[in-house]
Design a protein around this ligand. Sequence first.
Ligand code: FES
Length: 212
Amino acid sequence: MNGVAVTARHPPASATVTAPHPPRAARAPRMATASSEEPMVPDMNKRNTMNLLLAGAATTVALAALGPYTYFFVPKSAGGTGGGLAARDAAGSVLKAQPYLASHAAGSRELVLGLQGEATWLIVDTDKALEPFALNAVCTHLGCVVPWVPAENKFKCPCHGSQYDRNGKVIRGPAPLSLALEHVDVSGDGEIVLSSWKDEDFRTGEMPWWKF
Ligand code: FES
């Protein structure tokens, strides 16, 4: 064995490097003490109060959002006339009786937006008062809007020639039925209000054929 070099497989003990642990003073300081690390849980009374406040705020927001939406779909009250919808002109403005009568001649008929948003003839009688009935302008044949022809004192449908008298009673076909009636009233604040006509049809003595 003399003269044979011996290769050391392991570095000498002096070459081994042992990573020293950082000194305690070099570690990150711990800010919280054992007692301050406990979760901050409010007691039951405080939690109930907070829940009530949150629920109240959420309800207020929901009502504020739903209010106008609901109002849009609720029919306007007629104010003492038993319910109905305010008549509106072509621009969507509510019609009031006094200015309407001041600007319309006796015997005039004008189209307004009536029940179900349909074209409706509003009539001023010969005494310059509103007739207590209005006429749905939809022809009972195939649904054309029927114009008023003052020179002939009747309604004449341009589509297939049906005719109706001054009160909307059919006098010539092919329309099978008279124009539908709507009640006309004036609300407490002066609005012209239309409502369903469910009584006997004064033109025919029969009950209404229409369903609105
Ligand atoms: S739609 Fe009026 S007569 Fe036909």
